[in-house]
Structures are given as structure tokens and as C-alpha cells.
Write a protein that binds this ligand. Structure first.
Ligand SMILES: NC(=O)c1ccc[n+]([C@@H]2O[C@H](COP(=O)([O-])OP(=O)(O)OC[C@H]3O[C@@H](n4cnc5c(N)ncnc54)[C@H](O)[C@@H]3O)[C@@H](O)[C@H]2O)c1
Length: 331
């Protein structure tokens, strides 16, 4: 007679990406069966290669803008390119992934009665007028600019999540993710951490825009994944949205100097003029996550950077040279 597994079956869309691969790993460690769905736009097979021999792990190449018929208990919806260079490459597809993709995963959740978590973003606050940003702030977003495909796509996805919840009783969770870094970041994603680390490892100049005194906060990937898992497993009826990020602020210049020190690099920090839309400050208010999920970040920047540097040491080469910094703007 066939034995039925009592283990949770979890779908992770975008599971071959940076955050998704760490989430799959954590869920397998927690004893779940994991179905990773990805179209490999920015994710790679290498990111999840070491999981392929695990009998509880399954990989499916699929684009979430098309419906998916599987039986699952939980869905984490992470599929979407996350950095400006990637999401602006095909902005129409980015909107489709966020909006049509959300409709498809919500339809699946409705049919299977699965709990579904949306990986939303701090970008839904746009160019904020309020610091730090708390979940009650509605944001300040340009609906027609080059970043809008991502910002407005993610905002519409949140709308869909809450409408499915109100209209169909779908069991939803929404987390707003702030800047996260760690091993398996894309070396060409144009983010400030990956850019600085790759530049330092290649011995190239580290490019800082403006005086470098603008601040950023960085959350290590393990802390972020823990926040997502806590949000999914909370049974108190708390749907969010909830900010997940590290509120500790560092100047971009401090980050550059720390990366040079930790990589023992000969790179020099050089300054370029600041682009007009470079935010002065980005910082999450995480009091809601502390109160509702008893979650707070634990990994110190130096510790997380060392793990990230070790990862990038594995393959720095000219082909992993970061995208030109004028397209990245210290984000
Ligand atoms: N990394 C961060 O700092 C950050 C911050 C805020 C929000 N997020 C959100 O977290 C999620 C994961 O981000 P990440 O940093 O891991 O990015 P990533 O680009 O590494 O991962 C996204 C994954 O989604 C896949 N994908 C893209 N479009 C798809 C589609 N139509 N169908 C199936 N798969 C598709 C990609 O191939 C990739 O594997 C994204 O939704 C992103 O918006 C990330």
C-alpha cells in the first residue's frame, strides 16, 4: 500500500535565485518537501545544484506568468528579478511576472487552500518622505518612471494578495524585504555590496557616488530567510505587510572601507558625482516584526561580509566584473 507523506509540501517560485536558493535549503533542513520553480532568468542551476541529490527536492523549469497545477501546502512567491539592471532589461515581462505571476500563484493557493507568502519589497515605499519606513506609510512612487515596472508591479501584487484574502479568504502573508546580501548574490546585479566585493577582489577601484555619506542598511540572507519562515508559520492570523530588514545604518563609504579591509585588497576608493535619484537614507522600522514574529536580525555586517567575500572568491574573473557603476548608483 502506498504511504502518504505527512511532510509539508512547499512550493518556492524563484527558488533558483539568490534568496530562493537559501530558502529552499532552509526548508529542506526543516523537513519539508520542496518544489523549486524557476525560469532561470536571473537564477541559475548552480545555485541549487547541491540540492538536486536530495530526494525531498524537486526542480521545475516554469515561467510563473503561466498557470501551474501542482498540489502544495505552502507557497513562497519569490519569482521576480530584483535588481534594477535585471528588472529594467525587459520591463514589460517584469510587470507580467509581478502581476500575472501573483494572479497565478494566488489562483493555485485558492484551489489547493495553501498558505501563500509574497516577497514584496521596500521599493513599494518609492522615494520615501518618511524615515525610517514603517508599514503604515503608503509610499511615494513614480508610476511612469524606469523603476515603475518593479515598484508598481510589486504594489499591484500586494493589492492582489489582499483582495484574494478579502474576496476568497485566501490565507496570505506579505513581507516587505529591505536590502539583503550574502553568498549567491548575482555578481553582475549592480548592488552596492556585490559591486564593492567583486571590485575589491579584482583589485579595481571601488566606486563611491557622492561623498559616500549616504546611509544604507544591509540584512544578511540567513536573517532574512528566518524572517520569511517565521512569517509563513505564524498562526495568529497576522497577514502583514511586515518589514524584514536590518535597521542598522552604515555609510556607503564605511562599507567600501570595510570591504577593502576584509578582502585585504589593494583597491582604492574613488568618488564620482552623485546621480539625482540616489536616496540619502533607506532604513526599515522593524518594530512590527519584533512584536508579531519575535524576529530581529542577528548577523553583524562584518560576519556576513566575510561569508559573502568567501563566496565571491570562488569565481572572480573579468566575466564577473560588475556592471558599470553609473547604472547602479550605490543601491
Ligand atoms: N535581494 C533583495 O535585497 C530583495 C529586496 C527586496 C525584495 N526582494 C524580492 O525577493 C525575491 C527574490 O529576490 P532575489 O534577490 O533572490 O532575486 P533573484 O533575481 O536572484 O531571484 C529571482 C528568481 O526569480 C526567477 N524568475 C524571474 N522571473 C520569473 C518568472 N516569470 N517565472 C519563474 N521564475 C522567475 C529568476 O530566474 C530568479 O531565480 C524577488 O521577488 C525580489 O523582488 C529581494
Amino acid at each position: 500500500m502506498k504511504e502518504y507523506s505527512l511532510r509539508k509540501r512547499v512550493l518556492v517560485t524563484g527558488g533558483a535565485g539568490f534568496l530562493g536558493s537559501h530558502l529552499c535549503e532552509r526548508l529542506l533542513r526543516d523537513g519539508c518537501e520542496v518544489l523549486c520553480v524557476d525560469n532561470f532568468f536571473t537564477g541559475t542551476r548552480q545555485n541549487i545544484e547541491y540540492l538536486l541529490t536530495n530526494p525531498s527536492f524537486e526542480l521545475l523549469r516554469h515561467d510563473i506568468t503561466f498557470p501551474l497545477y501542482v498540489e502544495v501546502d505552502e507557497i513562497y512567491n519569490l519569482a521576480c528579478p530584483a535588481s534594477p539592471v535585471h528588472y529594467q532589461f525587459d520591463s514589460v515581462q517584469t510587470v507580467k511576472t509581478s502581476v500575472v505571476g501573483a494572479i497565478n500563484v494566488l489562483g493555485l493557493a485558492k484551489r489547493t487552500k495553501a498558505r501563500v507568502l509574497q516577497a514584496s519589497t521596500s521599493e513599494i515605499y518609492g522615494d520615501p518622505r518618511v524615515h525610517p519606513q514603517s508599514e503604515t506609510y503608503w509610499g511615494h512612487v513614480n508610476p511612469i518612471g524606469p523603476r515603475s515596472c518593479y515598484d508598481e508591479g510589486k504594489r499591484c501584487a500586494e493589492t492582489l494578495f489582499f483582495d484574494y484574502h478579502r474576496q476568497h479568504g485566501t490565507d496570505i502573508r506579505v513581507v516587505r524585504i529591505f536590502n539583503t546580501y550574502g553568498p549567491r548574490m548575482h555578481p553582475r546585479d549592480g548592488r552596492v555590496v556585490s559591486n564593492f566585493v567583486v571590485q575589491a577582489l579584482l583589485g579595481e577601484d571601488i566606486t563611491v557616488y557622492g561623498d559616500g555619506l549616504q546611509t544604507r542598511s544591509f540584512c544578511y540572507v540567513d536573517d532574512l530567510v528566518d524572517g520569511m519562515v517565521r512569517m509563513m508559520s505564524n498562526d495568529s492570523g497576522f497577514s502583514g505587510p511586515v518589514n524584514i530588514g536590518n535597521p542598522q545604518e552604515f555609510t556607503v563609504l564605511d562599507l567600501a572601507k570595510l570591504v577593502v579591509k576584509l578582502t585585504n585588497s589593494s583597491s582604492k576608493v574613488v568618488f564620482r558625482s552623485l546621480p539625482g535619484d540616489d536616496p540619502k537614507q533607506r532604513k526599515p522600522d522593524i518594530s512590527l516584526a519584533i512584536r508579531e514574529l519575535d524576529w530581529r536580525p542577528h548577523v553583524r555586517l562584518e560576519e556576513g561580509l566575510l561569508a559573502t567575500i568567501e563566496y565571491f572568491r570562488g569565481f572572480p574573473s573579468k566575466s564577473s566584473t560588475p556592471v558599470p557603476m553609473e547604472r547602479t548608483r550605490n543601491r
